[in-house]
Design a protein around this ligand. Sequence first.
Ligand code: COA
Length: 139
Amino acid sequence: MRDTEFRINKIKRMKEFFKAIQGDKFFHPFPFNDETITKILGAKKDIYRFIKDGNKVIGMWMLRGWDEGFNIPSFGMIVHPDYRGMGLGTFMLRAAINECKKMGCKKIRLTVDPENKVAIYMYKREGFKFNNGVGFKNL
Ligand SMILES: CC(C)(COP(=O)(O)OP(=O)(O)OC[C@H]1O[C@@H](n2cnc3c(N)ncnc32)[C@H](O)[C@@H]1OP(=O)(O)O)[C@@H](O)C(=O)NCCC(=O)NCCS
């Protein structure tokens, strides 16, 4: 019973977050719908982490691609629009790099829109190298 309640609350919070980030100019890796939530909750090796302020989800980062059979995970992140510019993006990016290292992963990749100046600035600062919009970092 407690497990069910926990899962329902989690889904509810994810839905609210998806509503808040729907239509983001730079972050659209998947549709923000129930099917994606089910996929995220059922992820095997892929990692999805949610940062919360109380019960509210305010940021999400992910390393995915393993479940599809790729060796190098793809990183993605988004901060709730009301919580940007407070250091959360930097925190999430560093957390993902650390988690990848702990898993023995040798490389991270990501794609970024060339207009996404803030993200590119952050990724370069953390050591990503870019080629045609694709970023790589060796760990
Ligand atoms: C990119 C994103 C994750 C950054 O998250 P954030 O929590 O706002 O980032 P931080 O607060 O850690 O800021 C990181 C740096 O960018 C700078 N920055 C943040 N927002 C900025 C803005 N609007 N204009 C200029 N600089 C900005 C900060 O000053 C900081 O630099 P500093 O440490 O030298 O001061 C967030 O803007 C976001 O969710 N964007 C939409 C989704 C997206 O683009 N995701 C990345 C592509 S996968």
